[in-house]
Design a protein around this ligand. Structure first.
Ligand code: SAH
Length: 243
């Protein structure tokens, strides 16, 4: 039985992965990639066996269970299986579930942390998530409504709106209006600065800035698309001093 490595691929720039991640990519017998690993694919040596889960999932309707099973099967055939995951493997993206599945099936695994887009995408456009006197807390949430509808409803929006810190929303573009509405409803001011960072640390990186009051309109006009990170809070204005 081989070993599966859940490896953080960082936010998109191939230089933003760890030395360990790089080494494992070179040594792997097979590398699993998906749509979120962006530029890191360049680091995979020619001739290496690569399975594109994004593509496979589309063509064969591979579900998360299918991906999990595939990793188990590959571990039976190969010594080193590298599953590249965008950002950090354990920040959303179901990395935790994959680890639990592997453990349950007796597959040896290891995790290699990565630089999460929650931190990197704002940094790319000069937004520090904390700043003395402006924000002493950061909260990262999902703005994505799960198929089962549980995830978004499980968020305590009242607490989030009263944090007086920085809020980072992943997977929030599709539901932008609903997310903004939840924050306004629970007391955040319409003037609160908001930034939406699309494809941070890639050639197509883009930032759109507004306020809770107008960001839905601005993002629609600019045709903002996932993957994007939404930053809510006064730290967004620090950017003006840095650009
Ligand atoms: N594990 C990943 C997150 C997976 S969830 C991480 O740590 O970054 C997928 C979400 O991540 C996307 O919907 C988007 O909100 C965010 N994301 C991933 N890569 C991004 C990038 N390069 N720029 C902006 N957002 C990104």
């Amino acid at each position: 039985m081989g070993k599966v490595y859940l490896v953080g691929a960082g936010p998109g720039d191939p230089e933003l992965i760890s030395l360990k991640a790089y080494r494992l990519i070179q040594e792997a017998d097979v590398v699993l990639v998906d749509n979120l690993v962006l530029g890191v694919k360049k680091l995979i040596p020619e001739g290496k066996k690569v399975i594109d889960i994004g593509k496979t999932a589309k063509e064969h309707k591979l579900s998360q269970d299918g991906i999990n099973m595939l990793m188990v099967e590959l571990s039976e055939q190969h010594d080193k299986v590298v599953r590249l995951k965008g950002g950090d493997p354990y920040i959303f993206g179901r990395g935790g579930e994959e680890a639990v599945f592997l453990r349950k099936h007796g597959v040896d695994f290891d995790v290699v942390p990565g630089i999460t887009s929650a931190v990197a995408a704002p940094a790319y456009f000069y937004i520090p998530l904390t700043y003395r006197g402006i924000s002493s807390a950061v909260t990262v949430i999902t703005g994505h409504e799960m198929e089962e509808k549980e995830e978004i409803d499980s968020i305590n929006w009242e607490a989030i709106a009263n944090l007086k810190g920085t809020l980072v929303i992943l997977m929030g573009v599709g539901n932008l209006a609903k997310n903004v509405d939840n924050l306004l409803k629970h007391g955040l001011h319409a003037e609160t600065p908001v930034a939406v960072v699309e494809k941070g640390f890639t050639e197509d990186a883009r930032i759109v800035v507004g306020t809770l009051g107008n960001i839905v309109e601005v993002a629609a006009k600019e045709e903002v698309k996932p993957p994007a990170v939404i930053v809510v809070g006064d730290v967004v204005n620090v950017r003006e001093k840095l650009v």
